[in-house]
Design a protein around this ligand. Structure first.
Ligand code: NAP
Length: 320
């Protein structure tokens, strides 16, 4: 099969099998259909309610609980389940994979995924792990949308020796979904994501937990005055508990390393406050403001006030 048509569009996969039709899996299904990246889309999910929604939404051609039947004949299989489930799912489907198939995933941690899945996969398939750096705090098939990956990074971490043609096809697939694709080693991915995504989520979970535990501040006050920066933490802290439990348990080393540095820097900030070192505080806040402006400049965030939310400002407002 040619890898692109005359207009440069990637050649569609014959049969795309998606395992786990949550936020990410259902967004891939929608995006792949919209961009014509697969002739047939098979949705595999263990949850009857999810399969029912997939059928009602019409985002796949087939919805089944049967993993082996679902992946049989697929030339691209993408595991869209929590990181901790990737290994067991890979083991369960391995015997049904077609020769020449490409297996990929979307897990937020890559070293653990490669270690858990690769030993189960037969030699006649190619393994190209992927991580779309895009998401929301919502879960399930109704939360997905086709444009989720538009303009967002997707990081591929193919193990050494992976067939370059398979990597190129997965790259073209993600580009077809609207992503900008970069390749790196699993270890490097896990280190970068520990500081850019995992530790920030941990901080959000922690600060919301601390606020909820404060006895001198009531829950209703926490909600009422949440616009003062806290609200953005509550959005992140609403992220899927299973997914994030797995992220921290499987990216332990990198997260603990980054957390160690974070704690040292936090102690330095506390010291600056205690000793009235306004210069140190101002210097840091100036540096961080420049980083924020850099993120906006490369199009990874909106420059609008309050992240472009409607109804920004004090007082009770609808959630953004
Ligand atoms: P989600 O909306 O909760 O969907 C996860 C799906 O996986 C559900 O259909 C779930 O079925 C299924 N599943 C869970 N455990 C399973 C198991 N042991 N065996 C088989 N199926 C299982 O989660 P998501 O946000 O799409 O996340 C999926 C993957 O994408 C994760 O690996 C995550 O790290 C990665 N990711 C997420 C984001 C994000 O922002 N959400 C961004 C990038 C990457 P049940 O309903 O039966 O549990």
């Amino acid at each position: 099969m040619p890898e692109a048509d005359a207009a440069g569009r990637p050649a569609p996969f014959r049969r795309l099998a998606l395992v786990g039709l949550g936020l990410i899996g259902s967004s891939i299904a929608r995006g792949a259909r919209e961009a014509g990246l697969a002739r047939e889309i098979v949705a595999i999910d263990r949850d009857a309610g999810v399969r029912e929604r997939v059928r009602a939404l019409g985002i796949a051609d087939v919805a089944t609980a049967d993993l082996a039947a679902g992946v049989a004949g697929a030339d691209l299989v993408v595991l869209c389940v929590p990181v901790g489930a990737v290994g067991p799912v890979a083991a369960a489907m391995a015997g049904a994979l077609a020769p020449g198939a490409i297996v990929s995933d979307v897990g937020s941690v890559k070293g653990a995924v490669v270690a858990a899945a690769a030993p189960h996969l037969p030699g006649h398939v190619a393994f190209v792990p992927a991580h779309p750096v895009a998401g929301t705090e919502h879960s399930g098939p109704d939360a997905g949308f086709a444009s989720l990956f538009h303009g967002r990074w997707c990081i591929l971490t193919p193990p050494e020796g992976t067939a370059p043609a398979a990597v190129a096809r997965v790259r073209a697939f993600w580009e077809g979904l609207g992503s900008v694709v970069e390749t790196m080693t699993p270890a490097h991915h896990d280190l970068v994501l520990a500081i850019t995504s995992h530790v920030p989520h941990l901080i959000a979970y922690n600060i919301v937990g601390t606020a909820a535990d404060l006895e001198a501040v009531t829950q209703s006050e926490v909600i009422k005055f949440s616009a003062g920066g806290f609200r953005d933490f509550t959005r992140i802290a609403a992220s899927d508990p299973t997914m994030w439990r797995d992220v921290f348990l499987t990216n332990k080393d990198a997260v603990l390393e980054m957390l160690g540095r974070f704690n040292e820097d936090l102690a330095a900030l506390a010291r600056a406050i205690r000793w009235d070192d306004g210069e140190a505080l101002h210097a840091l806040f100036t540096r961080t403001r420049a980083i924020r402006r850099g993120i906006v400049a490369v199009g990874q965030e909106t420059a609008e006030p309050d992240f472009g939310r409607r109804g920004a400002g004090p007082g009770p407002k609808a959630p953004g």
